[in-house]
Design a protein around this ligand. Structure first.
Ligand SMILES: Nc1ncnc2c1ncn2[C@@H]1O[C@H](COP(=O)(O)OP(=O)(O)O)[C@@H](O)[C@H]1O
Ligand SMILES: [Mg+2]
Length: 242
């Protein structure tokens, strides 16, 4: 079966700064991959290139068999296939939780209101917030807001979900509830690629870990690779705690 996401020798520079230096990896259907690495190693850029928020210089990226680096790519279609969640939740403060979720369903997917509301109820239940549909974002904790952001992304029925340090702004208790939602998603078969600093979570839940260093995939393997790093760089990264 062909992979959902495939990067092949991807290169990307910002000005004179080479940020991705020949990155190749694949994400198979139903796989959960955790990307780890020091700040500045290119993790966010790799994710953003997959959703074409950044355009690559060389190499290729495919999502569901479609070349993302093709200038003619259908961006609307691509963004239906790829859900992306960031550290900041970016909910509309003047809209209720349900209205935040309905927006894209109504305007991008063009669902009738009744059908869109059913989808919103389903995805809110998936993240454990079925009783918060009428709440406004400011009435929710950071963890709850992040779960709404995840639900909003899930509502579009993406083929793959990308998570970029979605728990980094949360305290440990709220982090736990968001990690639990992601673990449920993975157990439910969602294809996921997530950048995280939560090493214990990555080790336990991810099918595979990718360690990035200086714009390259430096080491990759199952969670147990964190117990026996093969390179001095990964060993140092793990010892530094971040
Ligand atoms: N839009 C941008 N313009 C210029 N430089 C950028 C931009 N985005 C990222 N960079 C640079 O690319 C490098 C990698 O950044 P990033 O992909 O965010 O790394 P990570 O997510 O691993 O911390 C950093 O040196 C960062 O300053
Ligand atoms: Mg980043």
């Amino acid at each position: 079966m062909s992979p959902i996401v495939k990067l092949d020798q991807v290169e990307k520079s910002f000005g004179a700064n080479p940020v991705l230096r020949g990155v190749s990896f694949e994400v198979a259907k139903g796989e959960m991959i955790a990307v780890i690495g020091a700040s500045g190693s290119g993790k966010s850029t790799a994710l953003r290139c997959i959703d074409r928020l950044e355009v690559i210089d060389r190499g290729s990226i495919e999502v569901c068999g479609i070349r993302v680096d093709d200038p003619q790519v259908d961006l609307k279609r691509l963004r239906l296939d790829v859900g992306i969640v960031f550290q900041s939740y970016n909910l509309f403060p003047h809209l209720t939780v349900e209205e935040n979720i309905l927006l894209a369903l109504r305007h991008v997917k063009k669902l009738p209101r009744a059908e869109a509301r059913q989808v919103a109820a389903r995805v809110l239940a998936q993240v454990g917030l079925e009783d918060k549909a009428e709440a406004y974002p400011e009435q929710l904790s950071g963890g709850q807001q992040q779960r709404v952001a995840i639900a909003r992304s899930l509502a579009m029925s993406p083929q793959v979900m990308l998570f970029d340090e979605v728990t980094s702004a949360l305290d440990p208790q709220l982090t736990g509830e968001v990690l639990r939602v992601m673990e449920d998603l993975a157990a439910g078969g969602m294809t996921m690629l997530l950048v995280t600093h939560e090493m214990a979570f990555a080790r336990r839940v991810a099918d595979r870990i990718i360690y990035m260093h200086q714009g390259k995939v430096w080491e990759t393997g199952p969670g147990s690779m964190l117990d026996a790093p093969q390179t001095p760089e990964l060993r140092a990264f793990l010892n530094n705690g971040l």
